[in-house]
Write a protein that binds this ligand. Structure first.
Ligand SMILES: Nc1ncnc2c1ncn2[C@@H]1O[C@H](COP(=O)(O)OP(=O)(O)O)[C@@H](O)[C@H]1O
Ligand SMILES: [Mg+2]
Length: 222
């Protein structure tokens, strides 16, 4: 029931931008759709997010980090995603479990089988119907992220968080991790060159979603 679509990719690749564009398009076309994000998306999840991204939390153990992401995900799946899919709606999520494998698995070196077990507990096995991978060279993405919004004094960009601040080698391992995840399940992923202009990407994303919309009933006009 419903349709579950996720957006993945490195920092600054345009996930949030494109997830919002698709949300607005589907909504304008009369489809029942919600947009959410990880970590967060629920009251409890947004509190967990604050703990995760806080630049002061340099002492956070990798296990703590992994379990906090998973706790936020468990809340999101049970409070929002599953109930909305059950009504036949479309859920768009800015990051999901693939990010755990890429960031905590390939990035931090956590055991992948262990992560699979934790993820199964958190999601009850819910996987996306379709996942977009927005691909940018790691440095280009970080640069976009750093410059996001209006120019601000050094160190005061609220978009720049604890996870972004990890070194380049870490972000490279994450990107390699995503490539391996895509190779394992090529049918679920759509890889897009995210250096393309926003509008070109938005059109490609909508076109990829189109064949899946047949099973979704548009909302009755109010
Ligand atoms: N295709 C694009 N071309 C140029 N700039 C982009 C593109 N997509 C996003 N951006 C810009 O890059 C920054 C990061 O985008 P964002 O959607 O927040 O990325 P993410 O959510 O993947 O970190 C924003 O300032 C956004 O306007
Ligand atoms: Mg984002």
């Amino acid at each position: 029931m419903g349709l579950f679509i996720t957006f993945e990719g490195p920092e600054g690749s345009g996930k949030s931008t494109q997830a919002r564009r698709l949300y607005e398009r589907l909504q304008a076309r009369g489809y029942p759709v919600i947009l959410t994000r990880e970590p967060g998306g629920t009251r409890i999840g947004e509190l967990i997010r604050r703990i995760l991204i806080d630049l002061r939390h340099t002492e956070m153990a990798p296990t703590t980090e992994t379990l906090l992401f998973s706790a936020a995900r468990a809340q999101l799946v049970s409070e929002l995603i599953r109930p909305y899919l059950a009504t036949g709606g479309i859920v768009l999520c800015d990051r999901y479990a693939d990010s755990t494998f890429a960031y905590q698995g390939y990035g931090l070196g956590r055991d992948l089988e262990e992560l699979q077990a934790i993820t199964r507990v958190a999601t009850g096995g819910l996987t996306p119907d379709l996942t977009f991978y927005l691909e940018v060279p790691v440095e280009a993405g970080l640069e976009r992220k750093r410059n996001q919004g209006s120019p601000r004094p050094e160190g005061s960009n609220p978009e720049w968080n604890r996870l972004d601040a990890r070194d380049l080698a870490y972000h490279q391992r994450v990107a390699t991790g995503f490539q391996e995840l895509m190779q394992r399940e090529p049918q679920r992923w759509r890889r897009l060159d995210a250096m393309q202009p926003l509008d070109v990407l938005a059109e490609a994303i909508e076109a990829a979603v189109e064949p899946l919309l047949g099973s979704i009933a548009p909302l009755e006009p109010a």
